[in-house]
Design a binder for this molecule. Sequence first.
Ligand SMILES: N[C@@H](CCC(=O)N[C@@H](CS)C(=O)NCC(=O)O)C(=O)O
Length: 204
Amino acid sequence: MKLYFRPFACSLAARIALEEAELDAEFVQVPGDGRLSDGRHFSQLSPMGYVPAIETRGGFVLTEGPAVLTYIAELAPEGSLSFTGFSDAHYRMLGWLNFVSTELHKAVFTPLLGKTAGPEERAAALARVTKPFGVLAAHLAGKDFLEDKFTVADAYLLAVLNWCEASGVAIADWPVLLDYRTRLRARPSVVRAMNEEWPLLKAA
Ligand SMILES: N[C@@H](CCC(=O)N[C@@H](CS)C(=O)NCC(=O)O)C(=O)O
């Protein structure tokens, strides 16, 4: 397996999942110009140019974070990153993956972190954080994880919450989310994954 990533991008969630499940993978950092060392351009593997992309054990390249995370969860020892198929919690976890992807990643953070949004679009993106952060803060009050145990949805949410400072989102206004992020950052798989990528981010 090969995970194509950019440091501290949403692909960090996939690295955390691989670390958590102790699955072997090769990690390939996608350079800014997309030219891979094997001569291919990354867009040949991921047509939108997006990480994460994972070359699966079967040899095809899978893109789209929630699908990549679900794939890793299903390869992992049963129950270590997800719940049993057909259980209620399993579908709730899939719901959280979609929630993080649509309500936070794309609606809020992509415009705030990108270089193309003007002041109006940035203000609109910032305003869109209130409702989903409120929903999450209410849900996570008194809980360690989105569901009864750590899953790939927590890995994805953490990767996105890591962007708050760079985006101007005042996470401290939602103390439950700040505490959740602090706790997850202390998790050994998260520490390992972030320690791997931090020097790469600094060097990028
Ligand atoms: N729909 C995609 C979006 C992934 C995405 O936005 N990835 C960002 C990083 S978080 C990316 O690769 N952006 C292009 C770039 O950084 O050049 C998914 O869910 O995986």
